[in-house]
Design a protein around this ligand. Structure first.
Ligand code: ASP
Length: 345
């Protein structure tokens, strides 16, 4: 008889485990033991489940690098004991959190599945049960005694995505996430179908996991809009100790080619601030030099984010800025796929 997979559920908070506060009528995080009580079906799964919870579960709007490290350390401490991990977090910042974990966990050989829900698990019409049960099933799925998934993923509303490709797109509908530039890794219907071609192959073993816990927080997002003024741009670029910027540009990476704008960026780059060009569009990629309005960006050394999401660009900046890289190395690694977050072509 083959051994039942051992799965660790890590509960950090989020709607999935929330209840209504009868005084304020607002949803607030609650005790994890409530969650399992609400899903007796979980007993039927062919795996051994263990759970751990943040001492004080949080709404994911309160997520920060302290909690990222907390999640990474729980995984690190339990890595050898478990075959897979399901991380429950709020959906609001799940794309950021799971993207960052994908960079923090290097040489991963086991599934890390992030999920949550739009309605609390105790709610009659909840989406929590399907999300949680299928996430556990995915974390348990093996082929030739090896996990099918060995990367950081996000499962929501019948689709499994590579985490660092996701964006939250809807606050109301159950289909809260999308991955515009990379296809789902699995789809759940009558059957759970894995899209093997798009799944990263495991080339590591359990001993090789490296957990990167140094994250740089001195970064910002500068989102362009027609009419943006020099004082706004300069106020952001002159933030004390700033080390990196995600410059959210138009279309395929275009920005005003006015002299003051390019001069401000150039000055920031000369102070060793890394500027990464990411499109405001949900899908498609940055191609610097395709239009005249991005030629200047390329010339002054703005890094191309290609088809990376803003969430993933923030995560990658936090990670790479801590690595003591030369300018050339930084650009090389940022523009290259490290965890499948960028399409290299
Ligand atoms: N505000 C909640 C959170 O992100 C929303 C959710 O869980 O979906 O924690």
């Amino acid at each position: 008889m083959t051994k039942k997979p051992n799965i660790l559920i890590i509960y950090t908070g989020g709607t999935i485990g929330m209840i209504k506060d009868y005084q304020t009528n607002a949803l607030k995080a609650f005790d994890f033991s409530q969650i399992i009580q609400n899903i007796p079906e979980i007993e039927q799964l062919k795996c051994i489940l263990t759970s751990v919870s943040f001492e004080e579960p949080i709404d994911s709007s309160n997520m920060n690098t302290f909690y990222y490290i907390n999640i990474a350390e729980i995984i690190e401490a339990n890595y050898k004991k478990f075959d897979g991990f399901v991380v429950l977090t709020g959906s609001d910042t799940m794309a950021f959190v799971s993207s960052t974990l994908s960079f923090m966990l290097e040489n991963l050989a086991k599934p890390i599945i992030f999920t949550g829900s739009q309605l609390p698990i105790g709610d009659l019409r909840t989406d929590a049960k399907e999300n949680l049960i299928t996430s556990i099933e995915i974390a348990c799925s093996q082929k030739n005694n090896k996990p099918i998934i060995s990367e950081v993923c996000l499962y929501f509303e019948y689709k499994l995505y590579r985490a660092n490709r996701t964006t939250k797109i809807n606050a109301d509908q159950f289909e809260a996430f999308t991955s515009m530039n990379y296809p789902p890794l699995a789809e759940s219907g009558v059957h759970l179908n894995f899209n093997h071609y798009f799944i990263s192959e495991t080339t590591h073993n359990d001993d090789e996991l490296i957990v990167r816990k140094n994250l740089v927080e001195n970064i910002a997002i500068l989102k362009l809009f027609p009419g943006i003024t020099k004082s706004v741009v300069d106020a952001i670029l002159n933030i004390e100790n700033l080390q990196g910027i995600v410059l959210e540009t138009y279309g395929s990476g275009n920005a005003p080619n006015e002299t003051w704008f390019l001069e401000s960026l150039k000055k920031a780059i000369s102070k060793n601030i890394k500027i990464v060009n990411v499109t405001q569009c949900e899908g498609g990629r940055v191609v610097q030099g395709h239009y005249e309005t991005s030629v200047g960006l390329k010339a002054i050394g703005v890094i191309s984010g290609k088809d990376i999401t803003t969430e993933s660009a923030i995560a990658k900046l936090m990670y790479l800025l801590s690595e003591n890289l030369s300018n050339t190395e930084f650009t090389f690694y940022f523009e290259k796929s490290l965890r499948g977050e960028i399409s290299d072509s």
